[in-house]
Design a protein around this ligand. Structure first.
Ligand SMILES: N[C@@H]1[C@@H](O)[C@H](O)[C@@H](COP(=O)(O)O)O[C@@H]1O
Length: 246
């Protein structure tokens, strides 16, 4: 695991953008694994600027997103499809048909999960997968207890996850109870994985992750079983791990 320590959120976002853009420059037909949440927003802003300022072309790039809420239509303001279109896809030159996100409305959900896993194998796996980390160590929506062998599946969201994501909804009760997520195994198929963590609220999770113990109680720890993981942390997110070093 490669650890990159930076000052703050802006530096984390620009270091991550450099790695993503380098991947696209190396291979214009790159497959990128993308994440939602507030962590990658600064990265996406940088990538949008990269199109006009650094001539990065997304024309042949394909993207696979990690997860989607069950029961929300694509045009629902809180669906991850809506988020990705608004925060990235609409502002870059990627053809929308090259962007893939599980369909939260598809039924039966098991069939949608199998379709998505087959898609990962068909067009992917990603050359580079971007990940945020939940405060409980979740990656995608793989909550504690998820086995390492998991493929794309439907999960019941933990109360803590629903609470932290409630800020995006007008009412906590509107936060969906279930989501479709790529499994741990699906994520580990990626060639390289880039994990981002910023802010004090991630400090405990970062410290836990860096202790290196692999356990299904902390899903991000399975990343230690992958050979090409880079973690970019800012000072606040690293603060508890740093305190331990002293
Ligand atoms: N499903 C997403 C994850 O993919 C994301 O990485 C995580 C952290 O979110 P944030 O970046 O807002 O802290 O929580 C959400 O529940």
């Amino acid at each position: 695991m490669k650890l990159i320590r930076v000052e703050n959120y802006e530096e984390m976002s620009s270091s991550a953008a450099q790695l993503v853009e380098q991947q696209i420059l190396n291979n214009s037909h790159s497959v990128l694994g993308l994440a939602t949440g507030s962590t990658p927003l600064g990265l996406y802003e940088q990538l949008i600027r990269g199109v006009s300022e650094r001539n990065i072309s997304w024309q042949h790039v394909q993207t696979l997103n990690l997860d989607e809420y069950c029961g929300l239509a694509e045009d629902h303001p809180n669906s991850y499809r809506h988020f990705m279109n608004a925060k990235l896809f609409r502002h870059i030159d990627i053809p929308l048909e090259n962007t893939h996100i599980p369909n939260g409305k598809a039924l039966p959900v098991e069939v949608e999960c199998r379709r998505y896993e087959a898609l990962i194998d068909e067009i992917g796996p990603p050359h580079l997968q971007i990940l945020g980390m939940g405060t409980n160590g979740h990656i995608g929506f793989n909550e504690p207890g998820t086995p390492e062998t998991s493929l794309t599946h439907c999960v019941q969201l933990e109360t803590s996850t629903r609470n932290s994501n409630a800020r995006f909804f007008s009412d906590r009760d509107e936060v969906p109870t279930h989501a479709i997520t790529m499994g741990i195994q699906s994520i580990l198929k990626s060639e390289r994985i880039l994990v981002l963590a910023s802010g004090k609220k991630k400090a405990q999770a970062v410290k836990h992750f860096l202790d290196g113990r692999v356990s299904k109680d902390f899903p991000a720890s399975f990343l230690w079983n992958h050979n090409h993981v880079t973690l970019i942390v800012d000072q606040d997110a690293y603060s508890l791990a740093a305190a331990e070093e002293e």
